[in-house]
Design a binder for this molecule. Structure first.
Ligand code: COA
Length: 160
């Protein structure tokens, strides 16, 4: 059984992430979407539990996608679970340097670690979670970028 892990902050998950996850789930027999914290993003809109719950909802109809969360280093997760194959999406050349640095650092810390990259569909190559939140906070329509269930969670947060 080949398992891959798709880690990210997912604050919140967008159609760009969903596109990558669905394609990875066709290649690997099991895909674990791993909700983590990125120290550079200290202020998330959603807690880890909220992000996990939103993502579960989105993938409830795909049986080989499992959702989990982890606090700490990704390599420690890989070491403790034996899941060494990591999926990341690349949207544009601008993602490359960041992703290459992370993949190299992870590999250096834990040799069996391998990162597989999937190109995000060009329809979603310019969106990001921050952009979606920015549009929503300013009253713009976010329907093209996030599923309905995620949209409502964002709107609820903005109202509170
Ligand atoms: N489509 C659309 N947007 C995408 C995307 C895609 N396919 N892939 C990434 N993005 C966007 C996200 O929306 C997000 O936007 P934002 O910056 O506005 O929030 C950004 O690109 C990247 O976010 P995401 O993919 O959710 O993850 P991340 O880069 O925040 O996650 C971790 C990085 C969590 C994997 C990394 O910080 C980590 O491993 N942390 C654990 C600690 C650790 O091991 N650190 C050492 C790393 S060497």
């Amino acid at each position: 059984m080949s398992t891959a892990v798709y880690p990210g902050t997912f604050d919140p998950i967008t159609y760009g992430h969903i596109d990558v996850a669905e394609r990875a789930a066709k290649v690997f027999s099991e895909l674990i979407i791993l909700v983590m914290n990125n120290r550079a993003k200290a202020q998330t809109m959603f807690s880890v539990e909220e992000r996990v719950s939103m993502i579960r909802n989105v993938f409830s109809n795909i049986p080989n996608i499992r959702i989990s969360s982890y606090h700490g280093l990704l390599v420690d997760y890989a070491r403790s679970t034996g899941h060494n194959v990591i999926i990341r999406g690349l949207r544009a050349v601008s993602d490359f340097e960041y992703e290459m640095t992370m993949a190299a650092a992870n590999r250096r810390m834990y040799d069996p670690f391998d990162t597989f990259f999937l190109m995000t569909d060009t329809k979603y190559s310019f969106i990001s979670s921050s952009l979606v939140k920015e549009i929503a906070v300013n009253g713009g329509k976010i329907d093209p970028w996030v599923p309905e269930s995620v949209k409502w969670e964002i709107l609820k947060k903005i109202e509170n």
